[in-house]
Unconditional design. Structure first.
Length: 350
């Protein structure tokens, strides 16, 4: 696999190195001087361990610099979340952008580390996914006074097939980042995909959209990854709006969007069964005092693997208009991935 910029996918110009997990995060969690596991080598079955600060990949200098401001912003945002201090809607959008970056970076990292196993070059890069599709982020506070960094769900077949969901633990905070087409749209009353058809010879799907209900539901998943916690949902619909402009002309979409011309929905923040719609300058506090009663007993690995399975099944269920042969191939492939992931759940039941 030829060297490619982790941001744009092109041969790096003025080549630099991009840390999958930024240096400020490693220092914040005490991992800047520690060895860490970045998953399993799929060819040998051995765990890949080396210094966390060396988990880097090629990048264009200009691409890398484009994200320096975001990194600086998010460092301060996470510091405030750790201390139960207020953040605003604009802060949370930056945090969602950062998790898009981290999730795709982690996927590319595993792909590069296992290039001899997967064979094919990646078909997307960080720039292709930041702020492009519906986003979901859950935030749970363990309130444990310890420094730690842990990411879960990156070294699975479900994630390698589609980098949709990743868990990240930063000191006392546990995050779940998920993003894919129309992930949260139906749950917040926006137009949604009623079926999907795989385009011949392409990994891009064609979607048939249904009008939104105009009703806001508590969540978009059957599973609840981490309880107690807060859930953030944001519909992103620019490409869909261009294809189906009339569906997005509803009062509900307009009222619940920051910018309809750019297809950017507002933030829907849920705790328990209550949902609040946040403006960009609105302050919000993620304090969850009830979490202190469990003193950090939050499973990190099992829930994210279960969520990846749910997302895979959901996509499979809406695939339409494929041949019986193709449908059987998809079902066999999905069952293989699900069986492997369930075995990982049995191994890492915590």
């Amino acid at each position: 696999m030829a060297a490619a910029c982790i941001f744009c996918g092109k041969a790096p110009e003025s080549k630099t190195k991009e840390h999958i997990f930024p240096q400020w995060l490693l220092k914040m969690t005490g991992f800047h001087s520690k060895d860490t596991s970045v998953g399993t080598n799929w060819a040998t079955g051995k765990e890949i361990i080396f210094p966390a600060k060396n988990y880097t990949f090629p990048a264009c200098d200009s691409c890398n610099n484009n994200f320096s401001s975001l990194e600086s912003q998010v460092k301060g945002i996470i510091e405030r979340l750790i201390e139960d201090a207020d953040v605003n809607g604009a802060d949370l959008e930056s945090l969602l952008d950062w998790f898009d970056k981290i999730r795709i970076g982690a996927w590319l990292g595993v792909s590069y580390m296992n290039k001899s196993s997967f064979g094919l070059p990646p078909n997307l890069y960080i720039n292709d996914r930041v702020g492009i599709k519906d986003r979901y982020l859950s935030i749970t506070n363990t309130y444990l006074p310890e420094k730690t960094l842990n990411w879960s769900g990156a070294n699975t077949l479900t994630f390698m097939t589609s980098p949709t969901a990743l868990a990240l633990r930063v000191n006392n905070l546990v995050f779940v980042s998920a993003s894919t087409d129309f992930l949260v749209s139906k749950s917040v009353g926006f137009p949604f995909a009623s079926w999907e058809m795989q385009m011949p010879g392409s990994k891009i799907g064609h979607f048939k959209l249904a009008p939104g209900t105009g009703k806001i539901k508590p969540d978009c998943f059957k599973l609840k990854p981490y309880i107690p916690g807060h859930i953030i949902r944001q519909p992103i619909y620019n490409a869909a709006r261009e294809a189906y402009p009339l569906l997005y002309a509803s009062d509900h979409v307009k009222m619940h969007s920051y910018d309809t011309n750019s297809g950017i929905g507002k933030l829907f923040i849920q705790k328990n069964q209550r949902t609040r719609i946040l403006e960009r300058n609105d302050l919000f506090n993620f304090q969850m005092m009830e979490a202190k009663s469990i003193y950090g007993k939050v499973p990190v690995v099992k829930p994210i693997l279960e969520l990846q399975i749910e997302m895979l099944k959901s996509r499979l269920s809406r695939m339409k208009f494929v041949s019986e042969t193709e449908r059987r191939k998809q079902i066999i492939a999905a069952n293989t991935i699900i069986s492997y992931t369930r075995e990982q759940i049995r191994q890492y039941n915590y």
